[in-house]
Design a protein around this ligand. Sequence first.
Ligand code: PLP
Length: 367
Amino acid sequence: MQRRFYFDANATEPLRPEARAATLAALDALGNPSSIHGEGRAARRLLEDAREAIAARFGGAPRNLVFTAGGTEADALAIHGLAGGGRVLRGATEHPAVIAAAGPQADIIPVDPQGVVRLEALEAMLAEGAALVSVMLANNETGTVQPVAEISRLCRAAGVAFHVDAVQGAGRLPTSLAEIGADAISLSGHKLGGPPGAGALLLTRDAADRLMPLMLGGGQERGRRGGTHALPAIAGFAAAARAATAEDAASLAPLRDAIERAAVACGAVVIAGGAARLPNTTCLMLPGCRAEAQVIALDLAGLAVSAGSACSSGKVARSHVLEAMSLGAGAGETIRVSLPWNATGEHVSVFAEAYRSMAERMGRRAA
Ligand code: PLP
């Protein structure tokens, strides 16, 4: 049987053993955390332990953390719940979850060719007034890290709320609500090595107190998000949050750099190579070679990579991220390689060989 190698961590990380154990243990917890009997109280303890661990890990207070079903819901809750229908400014390269929640009426903050938000443009936009700014910590396609602390200063000076989609940066970069100076950050369990099905919005006290809920129901999460908690996914999320450290993620950078050297030797161009980036991510353009064909060729060789935006519907759409970075036709010739937390040197050698053979077959020669 063919051995498979996974290079699509930004779509979802492999489950961490700690997260698997915590999830399985919570599956056996009988009670509903909202019930007052002993079983309910035991489930509530699990829930509150998870809340404390995640809030502490990401620089906030447990009472100001709202559990959601994932990053998409956390983004929607932040934008609808904090902007209150007012003017939203969002980065040009945001995830579709933010783009959809902000809506077509939102104003778009332009980025430079490395995908970094143009601060002078944001400052001018803020001068016209806004209710909320939403900019991601790190981009899912290119890994570009945004200057969120500077953006926070501009928002503070203008008296505008600031939301950070930290779904890709959390667990890979030092990530703290307090240190960023944001009003709210979005988190997603499965991007940290937890199971899918749980995420969170972590807010400052002030933002938590004025958040308007999206989903009403049984009063869970202090009335900020109705619905029975997905306790096994939440317990796994907390275990993954404890295990995923920026120090460990930083050790992926040399592997990523070696992958880039191998690809560049075959004629590839590293997109956003001049920006501060996630340590596990590279975005590689191979001129003249369609991204879909590259993904298929690598898949046949046993490697899982993705093209453009991580194609939620299974088909590859044109990447708005690469278009915003003025990449032109190159956007259709670019693949994303994102190393999982458990990648090893074998990922590098396997990638180098498969990429070289693919590039040769596609008519490109090693430099
Ligand atoms: N935000 C970013 C930057 C992402 O990369 C993703 C998922 O790819 C999301 C939000 C959505 O998160 P989830 O899959 O947990 O809904």
